[in-house]
Design a protein. Structure first.
Length: 380
């Protein structure tokens, strides 16, 4: 009866007897050690540009000192100078090779580094050792050299494997963030369009049936809104000016539906209009302002959308403001799903310094404000 590997999960669809790649033994590591994955220049530029942390450097230095100090205490008489020079040269060579492996952890480079270090170490050990008249001292020196080379070999291998796994993990993390951003973008689309479309189409159908003169302009503005928004959600970034046009169409549709209860203005500075932003970011804020600030008020409200670039404490700073004159920010509004997704996408696009704040506007109402730093332009 054939023995079979048992699977531990019912969702594992691998054929019976086949182990995942991470569980298989790579016997080639015996004669060709090092990381198997070869990173492209783009991957290294994306995830492998960080220098070793100070903690890592200090800990490796302390470990090296703790190994070298007792070794120097056991040096035979008359060999202290030669051994010290040999260790200094070996550490300098090892450091240079380790630096190269840190920036590009590849199996081929690792093996080349190992052979270079081993050849230099053994050559120096043999030359110095064979030049001694005392056989015991020569044996000690050659044996110590072999030990140092072996430890250096192991250290380089560990560094290359550790660094390769670190970069691979970071690439996986970045890929997950991109997938999360894509899902958030799709979720933003789902949040903005369905109820808006259904309610607008219901109004349009009623006005057509009753012969209301507002049906034709509503259909024209709705068509323009769809034309402006549908292609945008297939992109990761878009011009703020393009989304502002979609916002104008959205507000025009809502003004036809709400009548005198809604007044609005959209003012985007020319330089801000060229900024690349996550799609749906501005539209989400405007939709929240209409829903909570205008529709939540019996007398209606005004919505003002503005954006610009201004000097900041550490360079230029872009800002977007969506302000309404409604009843003010509802309790817990800042923690809503739409604004939560917008914050995630904003920080994924512009970093941890990007901010989306919701607060009471001066004179009443609610003000949603986005701020993020802009890179310092490089001189031509």
């Amino acid at each position: 009866m054939n023995k079979r590997w048992r699977r531990f999960s019912g969702c594992d669809d691998r054929p019976v007897g086949v182990l995942p790649a991470s569980d298989r033994i790579d016997w080639s590591q015996l004669w060709n050690p090092g990381p198997v994955r070869v990173f492209t220049d783009e991957e290294l530029a994306r995830a492998g540009r960080d220098a070793p942390s100070r903690t890592l450097v200090v800990m490796v230095t302390l470990m090296g000192v703790s190994m070298i100090f007792p070794l120097l205490q056991s040096v035979p008489q008359g060999l202290l100078a030669q051994v010290t020079a040999m260790l200094a040269g070996g550490l300098a060579t090892l450091g240079t090779l380790a630096k190269r492996l840190w920036w590009r952890p590849e199996r081929r480079l690792l093996n080349s580094a190992i052979w270079v270090f081993a050849a230099l170490g053994l050559a120096v050990g043999l030359i110095v050792g064979l030049g001694q008249h005392k056989t015991e001292a020569a044996r000690w020196l050659v044996g110590t050299t072999v030990g140092v080379v072996a430890i250096g070999h192991l250290g380089l291998w560990f560094l290359a494997v550790y660094r390769s796994e670190q970069i691979a993990a970071r690439l996986r993390e970045l890929a997950e963030r991109e997938r999360a951003a894509d899902m958030a973008r799709q979720l933003a689309t789902a949040q903005i369009q369905p109820h808006f479309l259904f309610n607008t189409l219901a109004s349009l159908q009623h006005w057509v049936q009753t012969g209301d003169a507002r049906a034709a302009p509503l259909l024209a503005d709705l068509t323009a809104f769809l034309r402006a928004t549908l292609p945008l959600f297939n992109r990761q970034r878009l011009r703020l000016g393009d989304e502002a046009e979609a916002v104008r169409r959205y507000l025009a549709v809502m003004q036809l539906r709400l009548g005198e209860r809604l007044h609005y203005g959209v003012q985007i500075d020319d330089d801000a209009a060229e900024l690349q932003v996550p799609p749906g970011l501005l539209l989400t804020l405007v939709e929240n302002a209409v829903e909570h600030g205008v529709q939540g008020s019996l007398r209606g409200a005004e919505v003002q959308v503005r954006a610009g670039i201004e000097p900041g404490s550490a360079g230029r700073q872009a800002w977007i403001s969506v302000r309404d004159t409604g009843p003010g920010c509802a309790p817990g509004a800042a923690d809503g799903v739409g604004l939560g997704n917008s914050r995630v996408r904003l920080q994924q696009a512009f970093g941890a310094q990007a901010r989306l704040n919701l607060g009471e506007a001066a004179g009443g109402g609610c003000d949603a404000r986005i701020e993020w730093p802009l890179p310092i332009p490089t001189p031509n």
